[in-house]
Every structure is written in structure tokens, then in C-alpha cells.
Design a protein around this ligand. Structure first.
Ligand code: S6P
Ligand code: ZN
Length: 189
């Protein structure tokens, strides 16, 4: 119920407990997102449909409240591209968000509507502030689960469509064994 205080626990297999909403994203949910779409279709045709990430969230609905969510991105790559979240703008433009790294290592890309991208590390103990108006995507560049908390206004809403169509202007790929940020040749901003 909204406007009721609660406390929850950090840790365990779901990152936070209890939670009210669970979202799972498999490769087939991200088929339009990875840059090597041919490889994605080939994997899916062979019945390979790995779970890429899960979000456990304590969701509220009213203005003035916060949602608290824990995202777990599994380690892995499609070709040279590390597993990532879809990424989104908030529907309600003037809303910001805070990420807190819990475990693993990764990167968050933040992109404005002109395609300018900022990148920050997500590691245990890092706090990343996402100001209003920036789309955000997280990428697991490590060999273990990337786990982080997200805290954001409950009425922010999610615009996935813009990023689904345009992509991010940058990709995070493995080059010479290391995570590297490169330009996305297929960016349609
Ligand atoms: C919500 C916040 C996160 C993401 C989660 C999954 O505003 O940014 O909880 O929802 O990391 O990413 P996505 O792009 O699939 O929602
Ligand atoms: Zn968000």
C-alpha cells in the first residue's frame, strides 16, 4: 500500500527483500538492442535464450514517493558486447535517479536527447547521480553479477521506445580483453 513506511533488507539472492515486482529480461527481449543482431537471431534459432538481467523492486505509485529497485545483470557477452539493460528515458522529464553499486563491476551510460553520452563506473559503494533528462543504461563489464540499487520517483515512468529505436550513441565492448567504449555505428539519433 502506498504511503506506508517499510523497511527492507539488502542482500540475498534478490538483492532486496521483500519486493513487490520482479522483471526478467531474456535475450529475446533484447533482440533489437545488441549490435550484432545476426548473432542474436542465430543464438535464438538454436534455442539459446539466456537470462540477461532481473529487477526486484519495491514499487509505489504516488507522486512524492520513491521506488527502490535492485538490478542484477548477469555476466556475459553477445559477441564482443557485454550484457546490459535496455535503457530508458523517464517519461516525466524532470525526474532524476540515484544508483548505488552493491557488487560486481560495470558502467552506466547516460545520454541526452542530442546523443551526448557520459559514462560512470558502477562498483561496490559507488553512488551515481542521473540528472533529469538523461537516458540511462547499465552494462556488466565484469565476470560476476553486477548488482546495484536504483532509487527514483515513483511517478517517473519509463520511455523505452526512444532508445529501442535510436540505440545509444556508444557501445561497451571487449577489446584486447578489456571493456572499451566505442561509437555505435548504428546509432540513429
Ligand atoms: C528505473 C531504474 C532501474 C532500471 C533497471 C533495468 O528507473 O533505472 O531500476 O529499470 O536497471 O533497466 P531497464 O532500462 O530495463 O528499465
Ligand atoms: Zn531510470
Amino acid at each position: 500500500m502506498d504511503r506506508e513506511p517499510y523497511s527492507a533488507k539488502l542482500g540475498g539472492p534478490t538483492g532486496i527483500y521483500p519486493y513487490t515486482v520482479k522483471v526478467e529480461r531474456y535475450l529475446e527481449d533484447l533482440r533489437e538492442y545488441f549490435h550484432d543482431r545476426k548473432l542474436v537471431e542465430y543464438m535464438l534459432s538454436r534455442g539459446e535464450n539466456p537470462l540477461i538481467y532481473v529487477v526486484y523492486e519495491i514499487s509505489r505509485e504516488s507522486e512524492g514517493e520513491f521506488n527502490v529497485g535492485c538490478t542484477i545483470i548477469y555476466p556475459g557477452k553477445v559477441g564482443d558486447e557485454y550484457y546490459f539493460t535496455k535503457g530508458h528515458f523517464h517519461l516525466k522529464e524532470p525526474t532524476s535517479e540515484v544508483y548505488i553499486g552493491i557488487s560486481g563491476e560495470g558502467v552506466i551510460l547516460m545520454q541526452d536527447r542530442s546523443g551526448n553520452v557520459a559514462a560512470e563506473e558502477i562498483k561496490p559503494g559507488t553512488i551515481v547521480y542521473i540528472p533529469p533528462g538523461l537516458a540511462h543504461r547499465s552494462i556488466n563489464t565484469g565476470k560476476t553479477d553486477l548488482v546495484f540499487l536504483a532509487i527514483y520517483p515513483s511517478d517517473a515512468g519509463h520511455d523505452y521506445e526512444t532508445i529501442r529505436r535510436s540505440g545509444f550513441a556508444k557501445l561497451v565492448v571487449e577489446r584486447n580483453g578489456k571493456p572499451t567504449i566505442i561509437d555505435n555505428p548504428n546509432y540513429r539519433g
